[in-house]
Design a protein around this ligand. Structure first.
Ligand code: PRP
Length: 181
């Protein structure tokens, strides 16, 4: 896909690479959870693309639910303050939960979310993240399934936004500094 240089610096992870990596991760997940049932939890809004693509690759019995968390503001830096905007529709006691996230940056959103969900007594909770940015980590957090480890650059597309735009791009791209400077 052709992008405007004024908005997109470059493609970081193409949709083709994403799809190939999701094939690999799904194969592992289907093996790891063989004989069990899975509750897939989509963290709105950024994870919608990876969630939908992953869901269609899961071959074991599964249910889905949605949760929205948000840090305040729309800046390119995480504020560290986490709010639950929408909670799960159902309880998770005794369930094997797989959280699907688009990106782990500081890790503060996911640390808060994992700690919150663990108090609800699930059988297990694991985390899949499409993107991992370990250079920006501010708390101890390791995802169980990682799509791509990426450098500290502001990324958009394939669900990820800048000020709610660009979620519809098929590829994960680096935002041009011209947009926010
Ligand atoms: C993004 C992303 C993660 C979080 C990661 O969500 O989807 O949930 O930030 O940042 P952290 O590791 O520093 O906490 P955002 O709050 O931008 O909401 P969105 O998914 O609706 O875009």
């Amino acid at each position: 896909m052709q992008y405007s240089k004024d908005e997109i610096d470059r493609v970081l992870v193409s949709n083709e690479r994403i799809q190939a990596r999701l094939d690999e991760l799904a194969e592992r997940i289907n093996q790891d959870y063989a004989g069990r049932e899975l509750l897939l939890v989509c963290i709105l809004k950024g994870a919608v693309a990876v969630f939908a693509d992953m869901l269609r690759r899961i071959t074991i019995p599964c249910q889905i639910d949605f949760m929205a968390i948000s840090s305040y503001g729309s800046s390119t830096k995480s504020s560290g303050v986490v709010r639950i905007m929408k909670d799960l529709d159902h309880g998770i006691e005794g369930k094997d939960v797989l959280i699907v996230e688009d990106i782990v940056d500081s890790g503060m959103s996911m640390r808060y979310l994992l700690d919150t969900l663990k108090t609800r007594k699930p059988a297990s909770v694991r985390l899949l993240t499409l993107l991992d940015k370990p250079d920006r980590r501010r708390v101890e957090l390791h995802a169980d399934y990682i799509g791509f480890t990426i450098p500290d650059e502001f990324v958009i597309g394939y669900g990820l936004d800048y000020a709610e735009k660009y979620r519809n791009l098929p590829d994960v791209c680096v935002l041009s500094p011209k947009v926010y400077m």
